[in-house]
Design a binder for this molecule. Structure first.
Ligand code: ES4
Ligand code: ZN
Length: 326
């Protein structure tokens, strides 16, 4: 249909997509074979999102995939494929890719950066897609471990690593635990974001006031608090929403799924962006997330284009580079 072609071609800026959650099924099989790992199931079974009974189960699938990405070539391949077939082919002009170093046990941080930077360089040369990176701290771990990861980021500084995030199981790690790591990142000029998907509005306040976040990943519960909502509208705080992932993941605490909340956020005047989170693992892609919102909420081209404009505003490029996306 015409709307689908329009949505595919619509320029997109991708601010909420995890590398480990972006690995194509065939690549999972190839990496498992390469490293002599028996998956015990097909990639399709691994990625059958109906089988994720809860967030914990989903995150353990991420652990399996993360453990298969080991050497520089692996990181190159996964970054390249996710930015080209998973990005440029869907109109993605620019992506800030979320990395999760703790999701690759035994892999030194500089090796991850070397591989993904090389993959991104080749993806840009072949398709024009641009990429930068966000290093996710694992909230299931201690505040000390988070500080140590930020120290790694600072020690092995790369221009394309723009900032830090906070992900994995939200119930296991309230944001306040990570104040020290975020302060360290701030002192070194790193940008900050963090996930707040199931958490209450108070957690979003912690992100803004104590972690110094310039945006919020998901943030669906902002609309539970009218005062916080008004503040976030006034301050143009961006929220990186992921309709398909959050709708499947009812464990996100979004109740009736995320679409209703996304509509409330848009209607309140908040700065909302749209992305896929973990595309193949949730059976989605950048086009599909836009299409789902178009169908569920009746959004037309203007509203969909506004999501991209918001993402250009929310991204961490400097003003000159942002101008190139407009
Ligand atoms: C994630 Cl909490 C969560 N949800 C979806 N994807 C993720 N990747 C890392 N943490
Ligand atoms: Zn996420």
């Amino acid at each position: 249909p015409a709307i689908d072609a329009m949505v595919t071609a619509l320029p997109k800026v991708s601010l909420h997509c995890h590398l480990i959650g972006s690995v194509a099924p065939q690549t999972v099989l190839d990496l498992a074979r390469k490293h002599g790992i028996a998956l015990g199931r097909s990639a399709e079974e691994l990625y059958d999102h109906h089988s994720y009974a809860d967030l914990a189960e989903f995150l353990r699938v991420l652990d399996v995939v993360g453990s298969l990405i080991r050497d520089v070539d692996d990181f190159h391949r996964v970054a390249y494929e996710s930015l080209t077939a998973g990005g440029a082919d869907h109109g993605v002009l620019y992506r800030e890719v979320h990395l999760s170093p703790p999701g690759h046990p035994g892999v030194p941080y500089p090796r991850i950066v070397e591989g993904v930077l090389a993959g991104a360089r080749d993806a840009e040369a072949d398709t024009g897609v641009r990429a930068a990176f966000v290093v996710g701290l694992c909230r299931e771990r201690s505040g000390v471990a988070a500080v140590e990861l930020v120290e790694q980021v600072v020690e092995h500084r790369a221009d394309e690593v723009l900032g830090i995030g906070l992900d994995y199981a939200e119930v296991a790690g309230p944001p306040g635990r990570f104040v020290e790591a975020y302060r360290l990142a701030a002192r070194h000029g790193l940008q900050r974001t963090a996930h707040s998907e199931s958490g209450p509005p108070q957690h979003i306040e912690v992100l803004l006031d104590q972690l110094g976040c310039s945006r919020v990943d998901h943030g669906y519960h902002v609309v539970d608090d009218p005062v916080l909502t008004a503040r976030c509208v006034a301050e143009r705080v961006p929220f990186t929403c992921t309709p398909v992932s959050s709708d499947i993941g009812r464990y996100s605490g979004s109740g009736d799924g995320s679409h209703r909340r996304i509509a409330e956020m848009v209607d309140a005047g908040l700065c909302v962006t749209v992305d896929s989170d973990d595309p193949p693992m949730f059976g989605t892609d950048p086009t599909h997330d836009y299409r789902v919102l178009a169908h569920a909420l009746g959004y037309r081209r203007d509203q969909l284009a506004a999501f991209t404009r918001n993402a250009v505003e929310a991204c961490w490029l400097d003003e000159t580079d942002k101008a190139g996306l407009r």
